[in-house]
Design a protein. Structure first.
Length: 282
């Protein structure tokens, strides 16, 4: 199966990024969210991102116009009926994802594939709430989607070879580099990355070094392009905390215990770049 049409649920940071990647690759996409304001904000974000690529001479103005012409926005799931693949890119909340997936499952054609962009929730568990578990898969993009090459393709216990192969081929068509991952909490990248970020918060909480020196140490000592605390601010401290809580629950291992300082900052509403203050002030 060659995927020619894609639907996306969620016009936020990840959803609009995935929509842009599809459209730039020449794939028609329908981007759905709960309100017209949400989808228009997502579309404006895409337009701004394409403008930056024009300034960098990565694309032309004609390329931008063509990409935008391939993106349809909607507030109704009915407009996803013709999609061969629908990617759920909603907030990292299990109950919300289940509600969305069950609505989609009853609406889409029997042949349509479904994917979740979840960064931590079990693909096997999400697949089980649908009537097409063999056609369900994880497709974990990384932020910012238009720039990041990696896509984790996560196979649930029920995922068929045909579903995996079709989604992997789509990722490659988008210009991404896919890696295939077995279902497990955090998959590969976040399983390693988020505990590292959590440990950086412990180092900070213990007063071992300043935020700036912690980040500088990891950039220069490990050749990372960005330090773990600055990265946490970019991801969102609330997201980092939620992922650590999933690991603690799923593994039952105290090594995944979220740092008390991370909890405290989330409780204070200091979530990082999106609130203007996290470890750093923006």
């Amino acid at each position: 199966m060659s995927i020619q049409t894609v639907g996306i649920v969620g016009a936020g940071t990840m959803g609009n990024g995935i929509a842009q990647a599809c459209a730039v690759a020449g794939i028609p996409v329908v981007m759905v969210d709960i309100s017209e304001a949400a989808v228009q904000k997502g579309l404006a974000t895409i337009a701004g991102s394409l403008d930056r690529l024009i300034k960098k001479e990565k694309i032309t103005a004609a390329d931008k116009d063509k990409a935008l012409s391939l993106i349809k926005t909607s507030t109704s799931y009915d407009d996803l009926k013709a999609a061969q693949l629908v990617i759920e890119a909603a907030t990292e909340n299990y109950d919300l994802k289940v509600k969305i997936l069950q609505q989609l499952d009853s609406l889409l054609t029997p042949e349509a594939l479904m994917a979740s962009n979840t960064s931590s929730i079990s693909i096997t568990k999400l697949a089980a709430v649908t009537q097409r578990a063999d056609k369900f898969i994880g497709m974990h993009f990384f932020n910012p989607v238009p720039m990041m090459k990696l896509v984790e393709i996560i196979r649930g216990l029920q995922t068929s070879d045909a579903t995996h192969d079709a989604v992997k081929a789509l990722a490659e068509k988008l210009g991404k580099t896919p890696i295939t991952v077995k279902n497990a909490p955090g998959f590969v990248v976040n399983r390693i990355l988020v505990p590292m970020i959590n440990e950086a918060f412990y180092v900070l909480a213990e007063g071992t070094a300043t935020p700036e020196d912690i980040d500088e140490g990891m950039k220069l000592g490990c050749n990372h392009p960005i330090g773990p605390l600055a990265l946490a601010d970019m991801i969102g401290l609330d997201v980092c905390l939620a992922v650590m809580e999933v690991y603690l629950e799923e593994f039952g291992d105290s090594k995944y215990r979220p740092c008390y300082l991370l909890r405290e900052m989330v409780a204070a509403g200091r979530l990082g770049r999106k609130t203007g203050q996290g470890v750093y002030t923006y």
